[in-house]
Every structure is written in structure tokens, then in C-alpha cells.
Design a protein around this ligand. Structure first.
Ligand code: ADP
Ligand code: MG
Length: 748
């Protein structure tokens, strides 16, 4: 209770901004005010310079010196007017988070006069400094790539993402330059370079397919869209500070579920607690200024769990914005004495957190290629792009499994609450039926949806009546919460992505696999077309039928958690990859490597191998850190607490005996506890031994490290936990050294 009393929020209310007349400013007026948008840039630059920037940006060329110098000057003045004293290239190394190193605008200029050297301070930012910098790269993961040939890493401004300022200390601010991070040889050392590359190849493949289908459409660019639904927990920081496991590993390594948790189902969409509301609305204000369109906020299933979702954007910007949102939320929560937990499974027995990645493709005219409602005459197009995604999933499900694998997300993927490790797609009753009807060349079954109108796909020749796709209204599609990859009206929702991870790699892999599938489908269509000037309806239908039949195995409409599905998936030949280390090996298997390296050219073979080492090492390290943290907690906190309690029982029993009172209950508890303490101690010792041997285990094969961690440490950690959790129930509360789940989950 002292803990609970200490948990009062630190007050630092941020007032919602008002105009000079005291009336509140509208969100649309605040939106993007801390961003150096194209519009701002246009105002700040001479016309020809701005035009030349746009041209070079579109052509993805390097900026020339004059243009770069002018932009650097303009952005410095703009940023300094907003309090900026420093600038930083902000980039995304393969750590799942972002990195930054700050440099001051302040420079010293020396002039030499007969009287001696005179030093003048100036504020300065050159085109060269804007374009590129060289962070001390040695401590970012490179999977051995930099050491192999060239030690240097460079951050380079990604001109497709706008610069922005963020609040720094003492009323100052910092200019952020979104950047890619590459080696001297141009190898990607980060998450963003490959994402940008994958967007580029997808654009080419998709435009090609569109122009093949609709030659008069002249589409020159297709981009991928992404909306990330971010789940997270908030816990009181005072409680958090008393949990070394949360602080070090992001999850509780011991702890029992309280009697009241989510079984009442009263938290989902319930009233947001007021302290949390303050945090979220402050976050939203900061995001508004940063041009991040946060749209939705609500409670999630578990107590203390919440979700934020933005309006979707072009995928590389959406990734930047997701990472920035996570960062800002962390800072804002801190101001309110709360701690945000992004771990996928911070609490055992309570729902975990995911990051649903809503993904679609859109043309440069803003038409969503996965939206059946855009224009009825684009039904062929819609179905073909839909089939391309299914084909991608079918061919490269294992790669998607790699992209979501981490030691933390494993707790979620395996459990009966989140998407399982078998990757399949859910389309919903109507679309499922549409594909079946086309495949079987029969009329569509009546859905008795009032606004359903009939149009023909297949024309007079085949006379297949297919109800108008435009009326597959989103809200009519079933929600299958168990599917890892669900079609939700006009986009796919990749639900298996972890809450903590960057969405970048999953989206990159998806883009690559879809690019390959689009290429395959375009080749089929070209073969059908032969020397004819354009594709006929029959040509399109022939390919559609073929791909409906081909991709059937990856479609699943049922309960993904059922035992039955595991068996069915096996019959269908879908991979069921149970552990992360097993998943990692698929990254460098021929089939997938060929697609990523040869067919789409997104990765070089060495980039892929380096990534393979990084994810394996990361997994092994994460698990080892958990094991070591748990050892500390058991050895220094829980066993001593159990000893203390036993001592008090023993003393109490002895004292009772002296005064002639029967001490049965105390002795009972003692007898019950003693073997439990022994079990915990034995398992603790076994884990300690395994940790030593895992540390001593040397191998050049990073996957072996991951496997050792997975096969030995993970189960040992779980078994220690089981013994500790059993004790938590029996040891008197006042002896228990850690805040319990009740305090952690219900003190916000
Ligand atoms: P639902 O609740 O059905 O999942 P929402 O409309 O709330 O759907 O959207 C969830 C997320 O999906 C939001 O971030 C939203 O912006 C995003 N989204 C919607 N349409 C698209 C699209 N075409 N491409 C990518 N993301 C999208
Ligand atoms: Mg959703």
C-alpha cells in the first residue's frame, strides 16, 4: 500500500494550444507545424532551387551542391526559429529502434589579422552536412558486414521523408533528418534502405501489370500504404522501478495472475483511465505537430493495455511515424510517471500486444488496388492483385514468419491468443465465395445483401454471373481475429507482427514477395495474350482461374487456433514453424534467397547473410539476458524472501510450543513450503549451469547460439518461473520482494 501511495503521477500538464483570442486552435491548423514540409520548403527556397529539388527527388538522384546548400540554409533558419540548436541524422539500424547523434549548428570561424587570430562564432549548416554524416558505426549491429570489407557506415538524408524538429531540453529543440544508413560500399546496414528498395521494385512490377491490364491507364508509380495499429501496456513507474525483470527485459519473468484480470471483459473499449487519457492526449498533440495522423485510441483486452492507430500513409513514412510515435509515447508517459511497455508479452496469462500492419497498394492517382469498390470495371484488376498477395503468401510464408520472429514475439505467436505461427490468409465469406464461384464457373451464391447488384465478370462468352465486387462492403466481412493475415475490406491486415518490432522488415518482405508474385502473374498474362494487341476477358479469366486454384491452400477461413487446423495445414503443405531459430534458417534457404536477391534484387547475398547473423545473435542474447536476470531475481530476492518467511514460521512454531500452544498450521505451511523452496533452488541451480555453458559455448554458426538458447534456456526459464510462481501464492505478502500483477496491472 505504501507503493500504491507513492504512485501519484508527476504533474506536468501540457495545455492545448490556443489562438491569440484565447480560442483553441484546430487540430488541422496544428498538424505538421514542426515539419519542414514541401510546402514550407517551397516558401523558404528560391523557385528554381525548389524545382530542381523536386526533380532530383523524383528521379532519385543525388542532390547537387547548390541545391543541397540552399536547402540546408533554409532548414537551419526554419529550425533555429523553432529553438533548434542541434541537428541529427535519424536512422534505423537493425536494432528495432532508431538512432541519433546530435551535432550543434554552432561553428567557429578563425580570421587571421596582424593582431593575431580572431575567432568568430557562427551558426552554420552546409549542404554536405545535410546530405551525409558518418556516425561512429562500430557499435551498431552489422552481422560482420562492415568488418568484412569496409569499416565505415554513413547516414544519408532520405529525401522522401520530411525533416522535422522535436523538443529538446530546456526549451531548445533538435532538427531531425530522416536518413538511411549504408556502408562505404552501399550495402544496407539498416531497415530503411531495403524498405525503400522494395517499394521501388514493387512500384515497377505493379505499374507493369496495370499497364498490361489497362493500357490506357498509364500508371507510372504504385506505392504501398501502411497503417500500424500499435498495442502497448502502461504501468506505474514506481512499480516498474521495483521490477528488475521489466526494467531489463521488458517482461515479467515471474508473477501470477490476479484473481480479477481480463476475464470480465470489461476493459476492452472501456473508459480510458484519466491518467492514461492525459498521456494519450499529450501524445496526440505532439504527433499532430509532427504531422503524424493519430486517429484512434482505445483500451485493449487486458487491463493496462491500450491501442493507438494512425491514418495510413505511404509505407516508408508510416514506418518512420510508427517509430516516432513509440518514442514520443515513451517520453510523454515518463512525464506522467507511467512507463510504456512495448514487449509482446509483458505479463503471463494476460493478452499480449501486437502491431497490426494494415497494408495495401495504391496508384499515383490514389486508387487503392485492393479496394473492390473503386470502380466496377476494375474487378479483374482487383482480383489479380488480390491473387498476387495470396501467391506471395503461399510462396513465402516462411519468410514472413522470419520477419516477425523474435524472442519476445514467440510468447505471443505460440499462444492461443494471437495469430499462430502458421501463416494463412483469411478473405471473409463473400470474397471467399466470389473466388470459389469464379473457379467453379458458377453463379455466386446469394448473400441476400440488399445493395448487392449483379454485374458480369467474364462477359457473354462464359456468362459467369458474379455479384458486383464493389458491394463487398467492409463491415459485412467477417472478423476472424484468429487469422495472422486477414483481408479486411480494402487492405490486408498482417496481425502477427510484434508490438515491439519495427514494421519495416515485415513490410519489406511482404513487398518483395508480392513483387515476385506480380511478376509471375504478369508473365502468365503475357503468355495468354501472345501476339494480340491486348488481353481479352477470357485471357484474364484464364489466369485468374489458374491462380485461384493454385493459391487455394493458403486460404483459411476457420479457427486458426484449433488443433484441426494444425493438421489441415500440414496436409496442405503449409509450413508450421514453431520456433524463431528454426524460422531464421529460412532467410538463407535457396528458394527465398533467390527471390530476395536474384528475382527482386532487394538484398545482396551478403546483406542477407549479415541480417541472418544479426537476428540469430539478437535472439540468443535476449534469451541469455532473461536467464541471467531471472537468476539474479531468484537468488537475491525470491529465495531470500522464502527463507525469511520460513524462518518466521519456524520461530512462530517454536514460540507457540514454549507457551504450550499447538503449532500445527505453521508447521503445515512449513512442510508444504520446504519442498517448493527446494524445487525452486534446484531449478535455479540447473539454470545457472545452463547459462554458464551457453556462455562458454563457442560456435561460428550464430543459428546454433540461437538454438541452444531456445532449446535449453527457454524451457529452463519457464520451469524456474513455475516454481517461483507457486511460492508467490504461499509466501506472506509482506515478505514478497516484488510488486505483484495486481499492483502492476491495476495501478494506473
Ligand atoms: P479496422 O478497425 O477494420 O481494422 P480501420 O479503418 O480502423 O480498420 O483501420 C485500421 C488501420 O488500417 C488504420 O491505421 C487505417 O488507417 C489503416 N488502413 C485503412 N485503409 C488502409 C489502406 N488502404 N492501406 C493501409 N492501411 C489502411
Ligand atoms: Mg484492424
Amino acid at each position: 500500500s505504501a507503493l500504491v501511495a507513492a504512485a501519484t503521477g508527476q504533474k506536468r500538464e501540457i495545455q492545448y494550444p490556443v489562438k491569440a483570442d484565447g480560442k483553441p486552435r484546430y487540430p488541422s491548423e496544428i498538424y505538421g507545424e514542426n515539419v519542414f514540409t514541401l510546402k514550407t520548403m517551397a516558401k523558404a527556397l528560391p523557385k528554381p532551387i525548389f524545382a530542381s529539388f523536386l526533380k532530383q527527388r523524383r528521379g532519385r538522384q543525388n542532390l547537387d551542391k547548390t541545391t543541397a546548400d540552399s536547402i540546408a540554409h533554409a532548414v537551419r533558419v526554419w529550425a533555429m526559429d523553432r529553438g533548434a540548436t542541434h541537428y541529427t541524422h535519424w536512422f534505423q539500424p537493425q536494432t528495432g529502434t532508431t538512432a541519433e547523434k546530435h551535432d550543434a549548428f554552432l561553428s567557429l570561424v578563425s580570421t587571421f589579422t596582424p593582431g593575431g587570430e580572431e575567432v568568430t562564432p557562427i551558426d552554420q549548416f552546409s549542404g554536405g552536412q545535410l546530405l551525409q554524416s558518418e556516425p561512429d558505426a562500430s557499435s551498431f549491429p552489422s552481422g560482420g558486414m562492415r568488418t568484412t570489407f569496409e569499416a565505415r557506415g554513413y547516414t544519408i538524408w532520405d529525401t522522401s521523408s520530411s525533416m522535422f524538429v522535436q523538443e529538446g531540453p530546456n526549451g531548445t529543440s533538435i532538427l531531425y533528418i530522416p536518413s538511411v544508413y549504408i556502408s562505404y560500399n552501399g550495402d544496407a546496414l539498416d531497415e530503411k534502405t531495403v524498405l525503400l528498395r522494395s517499394n521501388e521494385v514493387l512500384s515497377r512490377a505493379a505499374s507493369d501489370l496495370l499497364n498490361l491490364l489497362e493500357p490506357e491507364s498509364h500508371v507510372s508509380h504504385v506505392y504501398t500504404t501502411l497503417g500500424t495499429e500499435q498495442e502497448f501496456f502502461l504501468v506505474d513507474r514506481t512499480m516498474y522501478a521495483l521490477r528488475p525483470d521489466l526494467k531489463i527485459t521488458g517482461r515479467t519473468l515471474v508473477g501470477q495472475l490476479p484473481p480479477r484480470h481480463q476475464q470480465l471483459e470489461d476493459h476492452y473499449f472501456g473508459r480510458i483511465p484519466s491518467r492514461v487519457m492525459r498521456v494519450i492526449s499529450e501524445l496526440e498533440l505532439e504527433c499532430l505537430k509532427l504531422g503524424i495522423p493519430i486517429k484512434t485510441r482505445h483500451n485493449e483486452v487486458a487491463p493496462g493495455q491500450f491501442e493507438l492507430a494512425p491514418i495510413f500513409e505511404e509505407s516508408s513514412v508510416a514506418v518512420d511515424h510508427n517509430l516516432l510515435t513509440m518514442d514520443v509515447l515513451h517520453k510523454v508517459a515518463h512525464r506522467h510517471n507511467l512507463r510504456v511497455l512495448y514487449h509482446e508479452k509483458p505479463f503471463k496469462g494476460v493478452n499480449g500486444s501486437g502491431k497490426h500492419c494494415n497494408w495495401a497498394m495504391a496508384t499515383d492517382r490514389g486508387e487503392n488496388l485492393l479496394d473492390p469498390t473503386v470502380r466496377p470495371e476494375t474487378n479483374y484488376r482487383f482480383i489479380l492483385f488480390l491473387l498476387a498477395v495470396l501467391r506471395a503468401l503461399q510462396e513465402h510464408a516462411a519468410l514472413l514468419r522470419v520477419a516477425i520472429s523474435s524472442s519476445s514475439n514467440e510468447h505471443r505467436l505460440g499462444a492461443q491468443e494471437a495469430p499462430p505461427a502458421i501463416i494463412s490468409a483469411f478473405l471473409g465469406d463473400q470474397l471467399h465465395e466470389v473466388l470459389n464461384a469464379i473457379e467453379e464457373n458458377r453463379p455466386l451464391k446469394n448473400f441476400s445483401v440488399p445493395q448487392f447488384q449483379s454485374i458480369k465478370v467474364g462477359g457473354t462468352v462464359l456468362d459467369v454471373k458474379v455479384a458486383a465486387l464493389p458491394n463487398i462492403a467492409r463491415d459485412l466481412t467477417d472478423r476472424n481475429r484468429t487469422s495472422p493475415f486477414a483481408f479486411t475490406g480494402n487492405k490486408f491486415e498482417f496481425r502477427a507482427v510484434g508490438s515491439k518490432q519495427s514494421p519495416s522488415f515485415p513490410v519489406t518482405v511482404l513487398n518483395c514477395a508480392v513483387t515476385a508474385a506480380i511478376g509471375e502473374i504478369a508473365a502468365e498474362l503475357r503468355a495468354q495474350k501472345g501476339s494480340k494487341p491486348r488481353l481479352s476477358e477470357e485471357d484474364k479469366l484464364a489466369v485468374i482461374r489458374k491462380y485461384i486454384a493454385l493459391t487455394k491452400s493458403v486460404r483459411f477461413e476457420g479457427d486458426n487456433y484449433s488443433e484441426e487446423w494444425t493438421r489441415e495445414a500440414e496436409r496442405r503443405g503449409l509450413p508450421n514453424i514453431r520456433t524463431a531459430p528454426e524460422a531464421f534458417t529460412y532467410l538463407i534457404k535457396d528458394k527465398h534467397m533467390d527471390m530476395l536477391v536474384k528475382d527482386t534484387g532487394i538484398f545482396t547475398a551478403s546483406e542477407l547473410r549479415s541480417r541472418y547473423h544479426i537476428i540469430n545473435e539478437r535472439y540468443a542474447k535476449d534469451v541469455l539476458i532473461e536467464a541471467e536476470t531471472l537468476l539474479t531475481i531468484i537468488g537475491q530476492q525470491i529465495l531470500p524472501a522464502a527463507f525469511e518467511y520460513r524462518k518466521s514460521l519456524a520461530e512462530s512454531a517454536a514460540a507457540l510450543k514454549v507457551v504450550g500452544v499447538e503449532a500445527g498450521p505453521e508447521v503445515d505451511t512449513l512442510n508444504e513450503m520446504t519442498p517448493m523452496v527446494a524445487t525452486l533452488q534446484a531449478r535455479y541451480k540447473a539454470l545457472a549451469k545452463m547459462v554458464s555453458s551457453a556462455i562458454a559455448h563457442h560456435s561460428d554458426d550464430s543459428n546454433e547460439h540461437a538454438r541452444v538458447a531456445c532449446d535449453t534456456l527457454v524451457p529452463a526459464i519457464a520451469s524456474v518461473r513455475e516454481a517461483a510462481d507457486a511460492l508467490e501464492i504461499i509466501v506472506a505478502d509482506k515478505y514478497w520482494p516484488l510488486p505483484k500483477y495486481t499492483e502492476l496491472l491495476l495501478t494506473i
